[in-house]
Each structure stands twice: as C-alpha cells, then as structure tokens.
Design a protein around this ligand. Sequence first.
Ligand SMILES: Nc1nc2c(ncn2[C@@H]2O[C@H](COP(=O)(O)OP(=O)(O)OP(=O)(O)O)[C@@H](O)[C@H]2O)c(=O)[nH]1
Ligand SMILES: [Mg+2]
Length: 323
Amino acid sequence: MPGPDARTSLSARVLGGDLAALARLLTRVENDDVIGRAALAHLYPRGGSAHLIGITGPPGAGKSTLVNEMLRAYRARGAKVAIIAIDPTSPLTGGAMLGDRIRMTEWHADPGVFIRSMASRRFGGGLAQNALAVANVFDAAGFDPVIIETVGTGQDEVAIARLALTTLLVQVPGMGDGVQTLKAGALEIGDIIVIAKADRPEASELASDLRRLRTLNFDDAIDPGSWSSPVVKTSATSRTGIDDLIAEIERHREWLAASGELDGRLRRNATTELASRVRSGLLMRSRDRAGESGQFEALVDEITSRVRTPQAAAEILLAAMAR
Ligand SMILES: Nc1nc2c(ncn2[C@@H]2O[C@H](COP(=O)(O)OP(=O)(O)OP(=O)(O)O)[C@@H](O)[C@H]2O)c(=O)[nH]1
Ligand SMILES: [Mg+2]
C-alpha cells in the first residue's frame, strides 16, 4: 500500500501539469478511496477560481457538439478547459457515443483540454457529489472553465445543473415539445437558454416562444439588478452564435460576482454537499454497525411487519451510533 509520499507526489504531479497523474487521480477521487481523499485535501485549497458551467437539455439536442465548439472557442482564447461528460451515450441517440469518441480523438493531443466521462449508473445517488469532486480536481489543476455536460432528465442531472455557477439549458427547434418542457419548470434552471441547431428553419419561432415564456415566468426580471436569462441561438454546423454564447457566459459570471449571488450559490452548494455527505456517511456507518449483528435487517423486518414504526427504528440506530 502506498504511503503518504505517494499521495502527495500524485497531487504534486497533477499540480505540475502531469496529465497521466491527473487521470489516475480522477479515478481515485471517483472511487473516493484513501489516496483520492488525501490528494483532494492537498489540492482543494488551491482551487476556487474555475468557472463551473453546467449544460443540460434533452437527448440528442446537440449538447456534445456544442461543447466541442465551445472548446474550440475557449482554446482560441488560450483557456485550459475540462469537460465532465455524464453518461455521454443516451439510448435514444445511438450515434452519440461515436460523436463523443470523435471529440476525444480531436483533442487527445492538446494538453489544454481534458475530457472525462462518468457513467451515472455507477454512482447511484452520489453522482452530483462525485462530479463536483472531479470538478474540484480540475479546478486545482488550473482548468478554467470546467464544463459539466448532462442529459437533462433525471434528478441527478438537475442536481448537477444546480451545482454549476452558470447553467446552460439547451433546447432544440423542430422537436415540438419545447413549450411542454418549459411548462414543467425546466426553464428556471437555465441561466442562459441555448437554442442549438439554429440552422434549422424552426429556430426563430422557438426563440420568440422562449423569449415570451421567459418574460411570463420571471416577473422579477424587470428589476434592473436581477438576471434575466438570455436566449442565444447557436449552430455547430454553420459555426454561428458560439462567440455570443461565450460572451453571455462571461456576462453571467461577472453578474454573479457583482450581485453577490456568487457567494450565495457557493454557500448553498457547500451546505447541500456537507449535508448530503454527512447523511450518506451516517447511513453507511449505521449499516456497517447494525449489519454485522443483523440488527439493520431485523429492524427492516419489524418495519415491514408493522411491529415498529420507521421513525422508532431509525431512533434505535441513531442512539446506538451516539454511544
Ligand atoms: N443541423 C444541426 N445538427 C446538429 C447540430 N449540432 C449537432 N447536430 C446533430 O445532432 C445530433 C446529436 O448531437 P449531439 O451533440 O450528440 O447531441 P447530445 O445532446 O450530446 O446527445 P446525447 O448526448 O445523446 O443527449 C448529431 O447527429 C449531430 O450531428 C447543429 O448545429 N445543426
Ligand atoms: Mg452528448
């Protein structure tokens, strides 16, 4: 088993720009093992400057292609960019994986780009936490921005979008369900609404629908100090709108800092993460303790057979841990 030196040297190599060490460290951080935790503890104080951008939207909306264009634009500006792609392949668009592979190959030789895929199936409820831990490593390693790409369907994806400092909600013309999605309140998570594939004829109509809905949804947007989510049209095919999008992201980043919203979001995220880690840590410990004696399963039996309430059973385990 590697000693403390191995841990420090792994994070030291990461700070020195060693990408192979970075890849190894990311695996350890995802697995949340001892070495990963120690290295993260070393790296964490050096982070905090990267802009975390979340991208979410329906399957096949063109998110990966858009991110690739954003990569190109950020690289042209000299930025080092990291991408965290959550479940890059959705069953609905079988070709997506190929697109993601092409992207990987395209940037493979560029040390200023790091693309990491994470499968949501691996993590159960802990995906948002793990994605954030990975983002913290990229942040300390000098990547800015860090872009997290998710398919906007499940709870986890929405949770990740909320962890980002700027969230892009990608909509696509010609799917016929744009307005339905918005009724479900999806619009609210977008700091910037992106209409991808704007080379399609229905793009202008969708843009005006979205702008109208946005004004209906956000009465407070009239307040000059608040943020009114802009609608930006992009097309990867004709390479248009990408610079506008990056300008809006920059404008949002500046607004976050100037309005004080940044501190609020960072505190809210820290609160959520701390609470969630304590919760899962407690559960794990309580399972470990009560599992050995069979007490956990015995209490589950008692709950299902209505001998004991779930509240009373939980009290028993919590009391045992406090001792
Ligand atoms: N016309 C047009 N097609 C595009 C554009 N961008 C992407 N596409 C096509 O849309 C399809 C899906 O693109 P992806 O970038 O893989 O979409 P995604 O949102 O990442 O898909 P999932 O990861 O499966 O959710 C591909 O066939 C792309 O070639 C665009 O700007 N214009
Ligand atoms: Mg994709």
